[in-house]
Design a protein around this ligand. Structure first.
Ligand SMILES: [Zn+2]
Length: 65
């Protein structure tokens, strides 16, 4: 675990809950702030969004069967 000085802890472990809008309001705000400053977490966020939308598509197809 590494945290860049002055940039707060990385938020990768919270990204799943962040994408699903399952965080507390202040946690959501701090994740959003971190994503604006941290390219690594922003890239991870894009991957999580892709994975979640893929899962959403898959479960939608499952429901249609
Ligand atoms: Zn980060």
């Amino acid at each position: 675990m590494t945290a860049e000085r002055g940039d707060g802890p990385h938020v990768r472990q919270m990204l799943g809950a962040y994408v699903l809008d399952a965080l507390e309001e202040d946690e959501t705000a701090s994740v959003a702030r971190h994503l604006q400053r941290c390219g690594a977490c922003a890239a991870a966020y894009v991957e999580v969004v892709d994975a979640v939308s893929l899962l959403a598509m898959l479960s939608a197809e499952d429901l249609l069967e």
